[in-house]
Design a protein around this ligand. Structure first.
Ligand SMILES: Cc1ncc(COP(=O)(O)OP(=O)(O)O)c(N)n1
Ligand SMILES: Cc1nc(C(=O)O)sc1CCOP(=O)(O)O
Ligand SMILES: [Mg+2]
Length: 223
């Protein structure tokens, strides 16, 4: 791990990791994020991506507004894909995937900020670890329609396999995770769950986040 976040602090932050952009919301993203924080999210990723996503100044303005809220409530603010935006905003970190900028290039740019990397198998995990990832985002664990180019769902077996093979880096599961299936993800070895729709499209965001949070706490190996 390269980030200034301690191992324990990062694992704690990954427990209920909410990802969102304007297209994931049925109401204002500011409202959605504020309610999610009220319900107990522990980290936030700004992912402004997909059809009708904001670009340019509008994207920047929304990111700044959401970062302001995160700062107020001391929630780490991570930027998806857009390293330049993360640098301009002095975000707490970035998340990149296998098709994004190379890990060493991103690390060079962000210094000791948090660097999350998507991995889908042991080989990708080995390389991401060697190149300096701070945590792995592993998915899709369950089927999802939120990410158009998501790979087929792997189930939780990939999490067990990574832990069995000795990978101890913080891991967050992603893809189709809800309060109902979150316990499987934690039991299989993840430190936390990363969700979009389970929170962003919930009728009652505060309640849905609380329920998700409780599912994580109940299955936390430390409890
Ligand atoms: C926590 C977390 N895990 C995985 C991803 C997916 O990243 P990527 O594969 O780069 O896909 P996009 O999100 O960029 O479409 C993520 N964003 N966050
Ligand atoms: C952003 C993202 N990445 C994935 C991956 O597998 O890497 S799945 C995904 C979408 C997650 O959204 P939901 O919680 O609505 O299923
Ligand atoms: Mg990406």
């Amino acid at each position: 791990m390269t980030t200034t976040f301690t191992d324990a602090k990062l694992r704690e932050a990954l427990k209920v990791y909410f990802i969102m952009g304007s297209i994931n919301c049925l109401k204002s993203p500011v409202e959605v994020l504020t309610e999610a924080i009220c319900g107990g999210i522990t980290m936030f990723q700004f992912r402004e991506k997909g059809t009708n996503a904001l670009v340019g100044e509008e994207k920047y303005a929304l990111a700044e507004e959401l970062q302001f809220i995160c700062k107020k409530y001391k929630i780490p603010f991570i930027v998806n894909d857009d390293i330049a935006l993360a640098q301009t905003l002095k975000a707490d970190g970035v998340h990149i995937g296998q098709e994004d900028d190379p890990i060493p290039v991103v690390r060079e740019q962000i210094g000791d900020k948090i660097l999350g990397v998507s991995v889908h198998n042991v080989e990708e995990a080995k390389i991401a670890l060697q190149k300096g990832a701070d945590y792995f985002g592993v998915g899709p664990i369950f089927p999802t329609t939120t990410k158009a180019d998501a790979k087929p769902a792997s189930g939780v077996a990939i999490l067990t396999e990574l832990r069995m093979k000795g990978y101890s880096l913080p891991i967050v599961g992603i893809g189709g995770i809800t309060a109902k299936n979150a316990s499987q993800v934690i039991k299989a070895g993840a430190d936390g769950v990363s969700v979009i729709t389970a929170i962003s499209l919930a009728d009652n965001i505060v309640h849905a986040t609380k329920v998700l949070n409780e599912a994580i706490i109940q299955n936390d190996r430390k409890n």
